[in-house]
Design a protein around this ligand. Structure first.
Ligand SMILES: [Fe+2]
Ligand SMILES: [Fe+2]
Length: 247
C-alpha cells in the first residue's frame, strides 16, 4: 500500500494515536498491570492489550477520539470482579470510578473524563447500559471481539475451568432434552452467549470481524463434535437455531 491512497483522516487518527501513546501509555500501562495482578486468565493484561489493538482497528473507521478511546480501552477492566461474584454487574462501574480517580491523579485532561467513564461502564455485557458515544460503541465491540474466534474459545475454556466447570455435558453435549447450562459447561456458553454476540455489534468493522470469528467458532465446534463423537445433526440444528436468531 502506498501513502497517497490513504485518506487524510486515517493519517490524522494514526498520528493522534502515536502522540497519545508517547504521552500517556507508559504511566497507564504500569497502573493497569499492577491493578490486574491476580485477575483470572481470561481478564489479564494480554486481554487489555488486545482490546486496545481492536479498539484502534475499529476506531479508525469510526473516527473515534483517541483521547477518549485509548484510556477507556486500557482501563476498562482495571477493577476485575470474578464471573461468579454477585458484584459482577457492578464491575464496570467500579472500573470507571477507579479509572476516573487514577486519571485525575495523573493530570489527564479533565474534559474527557465523563466520556471515558461512560465508555467503561457501557462496555460490559452485564451492566446493560447502551453506548451513547462512538468511543463507547467502539470499546464495546473491541471487547466483544475478544469473546469470539480462537481467543474467545480459549478464554471461554479458561473461565469455565476457573469456575470449576466442564468442557461439555457428558451425555448430551448439545442441549436438546436438557436446558443449556453455561455455568457448568463451556460449550453451552458458545450457544447461550458467544455465538449471539455478532448480532450485538455496533460498528461496521466490528460486525465484519465478529462474523468472521464466529464462523471460525462454528468450525471449531464441528471439529470438536467429530473428535468427541457427538451426533452432528444435533449440532447442526443448534447452529441453525442461532442463525435464525442472528438474522
Ligand atoms: Fe470487562
Ligand atoms: Fe474486557
Amino acid at each position: 500500500m502506498h501513502g497517497l491512497s490513504v485518506p487524510a483522516s486515517l493519517d490524522y487518527f494514526r498520528q493522534q494515536v502515536k502522540n497519545w501513546q508517547a504521552e500517556w501509555q507508559g504511566t497507564i500501562e504500569d497502573f493497569v498491570s499492577q491493578a490486574m495482578r491476580g485477575s483470572d486468565g481470561a481478564h489479564d493484561i494480554s486481554h487489555v492489550k488486545r482490546v486496545v489493538e481492536n479498539a484502534i482497528r475499529l476506531g479508525v473507521d469510526e473516527q473515534a477520539d483517541p483521547e477518549v478511546l485509548l484510556p477507556a480501552a486500557w482501563l476498562h477492566d482495571c477493577v476485575c470482579v470474578s464471573k461468579g461474584s454477585h458484584l459482577r454487574s457492578q464491575a464496570s462501574r467500579m472500573a470507571a470510578k477507579a479509572a476516573g480517580e487514577f486519571l485525575i491523579g495523573i493530570g489527564y485532561p479533565a474534559q474527557h473524563l465523563p466520556a471515558i467513564e461512560h465508555a467503561i461502564i457501557a462496555h460490559s455485557f452485564s451492566a446493560q447500559v447502551p453506548p451513547e458515544l462512538i468511543e463507547a460503541a467502539v470499546l464495546q465491540d473491541a471487547d466483544r471481539i475478544e469473546a469470539l474466534g480462537a481467543i474467545g474459545a480459549a478464554r471461554c475454556f479458561v473461565t469455565s475451568g476457573t469456575l470449576g466447570g466442564e468442557m461439555y455435558h457428558p451425555t448430551e453435549p448439545i442441549a436438546g432434552e436438557r436446558a443449556w447450562d453455561d455455568r457448568r459447561f463451556a460449550v453451552d456458553h458458545f450457544f447461550v452467549k458467544l455465538l449471539r454476540l455478532p448480532a450485538t455489534m455496533k460498528t461496521q468493522a466490528g460486525k465484519r470481524l465478529a462474523a468472521t470469528r464466529a464462523a471460525w467458532m462454528v468450525s471449531f465446534l464441528r471439529q470438536l463434535a467429530d473428535e468427541a463423537g457427538w451426533p452432528v445433526e444435533q449440532l447442526d440444528e443448534a447452529i441453525e437455531n442461532l442463525d435464525q436468531l442472528n438474522s
